[in-house]
Design a protein around this ligand. Sequence first.
Ligand code: BG6
Ligand code: MG
Length: 224
Amino acid sequence: MQEMTHNKSDLFGIGSMDIQGALFDLDGVLVDTAKYHYLAWKRLANAWGFDFTETDNERLKGVSRVRSLEILLEIGGVSMTDSQKEEAAALKNSWYVEYLTALDETALLPGSWEYLQRLREHGIRIALGSASKNAPLILDRLNITGFFDAVIDGNTVSKAKPDPEVFIKGAAALGLAPEHCVVFEDSLAGIEAAKRGGMKAVGVGRPELLPGADRYVASLTEML
Ligand code: BG6
Ligand code: MG
């Protein structure tokens, strides 16, 4: 008789038979938003009279908005009060959100849509675990909100990655124990958060930049 039940470990390739939930980081895993963050931070730096390069921008990936601003100020050698920082972060975000109006399904990274769909077809529960406060807007613009059983983002967490809060809340929202979940992450802080939370981790990117993951893929197309 033909095998009717799919072996769920095949969906992840990490040698674990009992994964029931997938927790996805957003920026850099499902969508390429780094260029819009870059444009907005650069505009701020330029307004303050210093340059901000794409190499500098690498330091901001996976980092919260407030911490990103602090790194930018460090690069420019600029200091400011907390209320000035708040104002600057709000201005950056208003530009970023303006750039996001250009975002559509074409910004999805290769394999994202197909893999989310495959996981759903196999009954895997799916949550977002992102630092971004703009996550709901981005999911909406990409037309992928419907894939997610839960969205945990910068509006719902108080501790930034590598603290595991975002993924612990994600697993809880799915009604699953951490060890039954796998996290997909492109940042070092995110991989550390997943491991500290007790989840499996798939690093999306170069292994040498993401030590500690259970598996590495260059993009989600490798998961198909
Ligand atoms: C992360 C990005 O997902 O979200 C960071 O990798 C960004 O670059 C952070 O700073 C916060 O995003 P937002 O949209 O709340 O400013
Ligand atoms: Mg990321």
